[in-house]
Structure formats: structure tokens, C-alpha cells
Design a protein around this ligand. Structure first.
Ligand SMILES: [Ca+2]
Length: 208
């Protein structure tokens, strides 16, 4: 009975099959993207009014992106804004050296929450509720998500109704999960024994 020997397998054919497998088993990770505006007044992290007569309550920007802890978040924010008429206008990095909560005043913040957005002075949220989910982004950012949930954006201030300006944000969330083998890779895995067998047969025949 004929039994193909691996020693007779044509090495180039085997290497080509393995190379094709390597190329198809590791597709590039896909990114979710968001582009939109964050307004200093309507997207303030604080729902405390700066004065009477305000007819709206701010809320955070819902990016529509659900992130998983370990995902990479990258992006930029362009534009300027200010927390009141008596304060300096800044970009999304805010007033460096002056804080509101743990972050610079007038800075762009991100928040990851699996139970809706959290703001100071809104919905019974405590400062700890807000700060456990929120982080600094600024005008250019590249960070790893520390938790899982919906990604929100906000302007950092202590009150709303006297703020002006907005920034345009463009960001991407890249998954940290290991991609599954593609259909092509799985098909090649199934064909590999057949390819090895055929190569061995041909090698044996040519050596006679
Ligand atoms: Ca303000």
C-alpha cells in the first residue's frame, strides 16, 4: 500500500499554502468612527444652571459607539469655547492649571457608561458616579478604554447657561478583541491535508 512521505513533499508548495494561511487568518481590526460637535452649553458635564430663566438642561453627546475595556480610542477636537464671558477662550485642552472636578476647566471630556450618561447635579448622580466614568480627552487623544459601555462626550464646566462655543470631534474606536479566522483561512485549513497528499504523490512519481 502506498503511503505518502512528508519528506517527499515539495517544500515550495507547502510554504505557499502556509503563507496564504498567514495572510488570511489575521485581518486588520476594524474601527468604529464618530464625527460630530460638542457644544459648551448644551453638552456641559454640569446640569447646574448659571442663572434663572434657562429653558433647557444640557446632556452629554451620545457618540453611538459601544466600547469594550481595552479598546483603543483615538481622535482630535478642533474649535474653541469658554465657560463664561469673564473667562479665557480655549481649545479642547481647556484652561491648563485650573480644575473643575479632576479635569481642566473648558476641556473636552469622554465618559463610558453602560447605564446612560452621568452629569453633576442631574438624576441624583453623585460626583463619584460622574468621576468614576469620566476622563480627559483634550484636543488630541490616544488612550485605552478602562471600562465597557457607551461612549459619551462633554464640556467640562461647573454651570451652564453662560457658556459659548463648540468643538468638532473626530474619533475612532479600534477593537482590542482577537479577530476570528476568515472563511478563506478555514477553507485553506480543510484543504491543506489534500494539498500535502497530492504534493507527496507527485514527488514520488517524479523520483521514479
Ligand atoms: Ca459656565
Amino acid at each position: 500500500m502506498f503511503r505518502p512521505s512528508l519528506r517527499r513533499v515539495r517544500v515550495p508548495a507547502l510554504l505557499a499554502a502556509l503563507l496564504a494561511l498567514a495572510l488570511t487568518v489575521s485581518p486588520a481590526a476594524k474601527a468604529q468612527t464618530f464625527t460630530g460637535s460638542v457644544n459648551a452649553d448644551t453638552n456641559s458635564i454640569s446640569a447646574s444652571p448659571a442663572g434663572p430663566g434657562l429653558t433647557f438642561t444640557p446632556t452629554l453627546v451620545d457618540t453611538g459607539l459601544d466600547v469594550v475595556a481595552g479598546d483603543r480610542i483615538t481622535g482630535t477636537a478642533t474649535g474653541t469655547w469658554v465657560i463664561s464671558g469673564n473667562d479665557p477662550i480655549t481649545d479642547a485642552n481647556g484652561q491648563i492649571g485650573r480644575t473643575a472636578g479632576p479635569w481642566w476647566v473648558s476641556s473636552l471630556l469622554g465618559q463610558i457608561s453602560d447605564s446612560g450618561p452621568y452629569q453633576y447635579h442631574a438624576g441624583g448622580a453623585t460626583p463619584e458616579d460622574v468621576e468614576a466614568r469620566t476622563f480627559f480627552l483634550g484636543s488630541s487623544f490616544d488612550l485605552i478604554a478602562g471600562s465597557t459601555g457607551r461612549l459619551y462626550l462633554a464640556f467640562n464646566d461647573t454651570d451652564y447657561g453662560n457658556n459659548e462655543g463648540s468643538v468638532n470631534v473626530s474619533l475612532a474606536v479600534t477593537s482590542a478583541t482577537v479577530p476570528e479566522p476568515s472563511a478563506g483561512a478555514l477553507a485553506l485549513l480543510c484543504l491543506l491535508p489534500l494539498l500535502l497528499c497530492r504534493a507527496a504523490v507527485r514527488s514520488r512519481a517524479s523520483s521514479r
